[in-house]
Design a protein around this ligand. Structure first.
Ligand SMILES: [Zn+2]
Ligand SMILES: [Zn+2]
Length: 425
């Protein structure tokens, strides 16, 4: 039995792990990596290694494109087997995958799948939920809540010989939107785990939330517009719940971009989120924005705008920034990781909003709030301790090797594989 790492090893992006039990071939995640240049527009995404189509199953941990973004390519190439994931993940992935087709068109990039392939994928979807089990050949697969974004899954696989966990992306602690991950109670021989924050601790969550609320309140009190760019899936809903928590829903709140559809999908599956009634309440109180006419009107009033994209690479936030960048009484609060080369990263480091055709000195109040949906360093160590596996494969991070080394010092048999490596288990 072996594991082949097709991507996402020693890096964040294009995740893909192929388990070959000798009988079954099971692919876990198949994503893309959004890469960037130091300046200017984003390059074409990087893709994972090719896999033979003789697969028994595709297991998708969650909707983010670094995990889902290349699954439709399997169907484009002729795969007609099942993909297993939660209903929330399939619905959210569909809007992200459609958007990635649109972006590739816009940027004249090579396309690896088309809308027709998403339809074929849809026909081969198997919708499963937490607590369920299913068989792939003689391998029994269990589904656990990964606590990362709505619908996110940790897979437990019992091949008959070995028990494996594929963590997907994990958040062990509760957030406003989600409960922390559900521990896998079964015995585990092999753990394949993410390590995004292996080198970083998150600041105190409550203090971060309070700071977000303070910046917004101060902005509104001086008659400004508070812009909160965020990822559509998970983060936008988390921000809405924080606004409600701190009583900011007495001000006008606007939700724009893909975040509107993502919120609707997430509310369709209330059993997967912590307090669905709270999300429904705030969603009913806010105004949804669909066009530039609406956008132009609301930049002239004190209000809160929650919109995509989280790293300022396009999306309605571009429209708002172009109108508001030189107003000192307005604020821009980034709420997520800014990859190097993204417009958000450039803005933090230079104070300039740089796009293909613009270079604007931003005078708005700039802040960065950590609302990460990943476990921090301490939680990752606690997670390994809790699972207590015989062997750990560390992936999905910029410092996998270092983290594996630290785990070895603690007595675990840990290893950080390279892309393309095949490891016996
Ligand atoms: Zn993720
Ligand atoms: Zn990820």
């Amino acid at each position: 039995m072996n594991l082949k790492f097709l991507g996402g090893a020693g890096e964040v992006g294009r995740s893909g792990v192929l388990l070959d039990t000798g009988r079954e071939k099971i692919l876990m995640d198949y994503g893309i990596k959004i890469v960037s240049q130091a300046e200017g527009p984003l390059n074409a995404p990087q893709i994972p290694m090719k896999v033979k189509l003789a697969l028994d199953a595709m297991l998708l941990s969650h909707a983010h494109l670094d995990h889902s973004g290349f699954v439709p390519n399997l169907y484009n190439r002729g795969y007609r087997g099942p993909t297993y994931s939660t209903a929330t993940t399939f619905d959210l992935a569909r809007i992200l995958l459609n958007d990635s087709i649109k972006l590739a068109d816009l940027r004249n990039q090579e396309k690896y799948f088309f809308k027709k392939d998403l339809k074929v994928m849809e026909k081969n979807e198997y919708r499963i939920t937490y607590g369920q089990q299913f068989d792939v050949g003689r391998t029994l697969v269990g589904i656990y809540d990964a606590g990362h974004i709505p619908g996110s899954v940790t897979f437990h696989l019992n091949t008959g010989e070995k028990n494996l966990i594929y963590s997907g992306d994990i958040k062990t602690k509760d957030t406003e939107l989600l409960k922390g991950l559900e521990p896998v109670r079964d015995e585990t021989d092999v753990l394949i785990m993410e390590s995004t924050y292996a080198e970083r601790e998150h600041p105190d969550r409550e203090a971060q939330e309070r700071r977000l609320a303070e910046v917004i309140r101060e902005t509104l009190e001086t008659g400004g517009t508070a812009m909160v760019p965020c990822f559509a899936v998970g983060r936008a809903q988390e921000v809405l719940l924080i606004l409600e928590k701190f009583g900011l829903n007495r001000y006008p709140i606007y939700l724009d971009g893909m975040a509107v559809d993502a919120t609707k999908i997430i509310m369709k599956y209330p059993e997967l989120i912590k307090q669905p009634k709270r999300l429904e309440k705030i969603y009913s109180q806010i105004t949804k924005v669909y066009n530039n006419g609406q956008r132009n009107k609301l930049v002239n009033q004190p209000c809160i705008i929650v919109t995509t994209s989280g790293m300022l690479n396009g999306g309605p936030i571009a429209h708002y920034l172009e109108k508001l960048y030189d107003r000192e009484n307005c604020s821009l609060t980034l709420t997520g990781y800014q990859v190097e080369g993204s417009a958000g990263h450039t803005l933090i480091n230079t104070g300039k909003y740089v796009t293909e055709d613009k270079n604007l000195g931003v005078k708005c109040r700039l802040s960065f709030i950590d609302l990460s949906a990943h476990s921090g360093r301490k939680e990752l160590f606690e997670y390994v301790k809790m699972v207590d596996p015989q062997k750990v494969f560390v992936i999905h991070g910029d410092s996998c090797g270092k983290f594996a080394g630290e785990l070895r010092e603690k007595g675990y048999d840990a290893y950080a594989p390279k892309i393309g490596e095949v490891c016996d288990v």
